[in-house]
Write a protein that binds this ligand. Sequence first.
Ligand code: ASP
Ligand code: MG
Length: 418
Amino acid sequence: MPLLVMKFGGTSVADLSRIRNAAAKVRAEVARGYDVIVIVSAMSGKTNELVGWVNETSPLYDAREYDAVVSSGENVTAGLMALTLQEMDVPARSWQGWQGPIQTTSAHGAARFMDIPRTNLDAKFAEGFKVAVIAGFQGVSPEGRITTLGRGGSDTTAVAFAAAFDAERCDIYTDVDGIYTTDPRITSKARRLGKISFEEMLELASLGAKVLQTRSVELAMRYKVRLRVLSSFDETDETSGTLVCDEDEIMESRVVSGVAYSREEAKLTLVTVEDRPGIAAAIFGPLAEAGVNVDMIVQNISEAALGHDRPVTDMTFSCPVDQVARARRALEAAREAGQIRYEALAVDEDTAKVSVVGIGMRSHAGVAARMFTALADEGVNIKVIATSEIKISVLIDRKYMELAVQALHDAFELDKAG
Ligand code: ASP
Ligand code: MG
């Protein structure tokens, strides 16, 4: 039997009627001849509520009990989904993580998959069950305790099952009808993409397009799981949504596929640090230990500045705004411990990051020039630039973020079909 994985996010299972709506989509695939593994999220808002209860009960909670509580939202939807399917005469059975067993590491709250054995589910399908409903976002540790995978983790559960069971495709049903060239709330010219490569999706996901958990895209890329993002609120067929796939499957080659942004960025500059081997390690080591997600890094040219007997440089980096306090503390501690010296720490908390992403950049010159010209034409000043093989990012004043996204969307003509 060909097998499909169908994942329904929180808004798609928000109440009983939506669960029925989702179940009808599952029934339709069973009627087409598929065995289906359904992955469900908690009803929307449920996980937030559970997390809130944990925090209120115990601010410095035991992560094992956090997982015991927050994993429960998915258990409810899994059982309800199985019951709904049964009411529709579709033989279905639900499974919690430990029953799989979905084996994960014991990193509670951020566990990673170790193994998804097929035996139990395969036996159920062989008995004639058509659908296995899996509670997403959870697993079981080697110690036998319930784990969760981190927020948004049901996407990753879905991809992991698709890989383990060689699914033909992994359909992610959500409240948007696909991946767009940029956020449609910022420009109405944003267009749904028919296909996008894993690499591009990975950049877009980690740059703040919140449709898929980044880890799920990494996993899909590693195991070549074809992922489709589509809306559970629409009538859907084979052509709906956006397919995230290997770049070989994408015929149309466009230079830039999308514009991503991340609104809450901060720019930090260490003024006059020593310019010597090991200085970057001495700065970014403590930041990493403090859990600061450093993104862009720029080191200025070194000079033997006035009053310094040895060469000095400035070191600039960006991180999310809510990590500034942590970064400051880590740097000050390193200075007090004599590991680094600097004259000042300049912090700009009013920046945003805007990026253009596209696999076509590998083979096309002039993308950066086009991007910078478009921003210059709008009078947007660039504070930091960073590039990768398929991405160019700039840090700019937050107040110009929407303008920059719109200008870049126009400059690369993303409103026109590839
Ligand atoms: N319910 C979990 C969350 O809200 C996992 C998920 O839905 O992907 O983060
Ligand atoms: Mg999600």
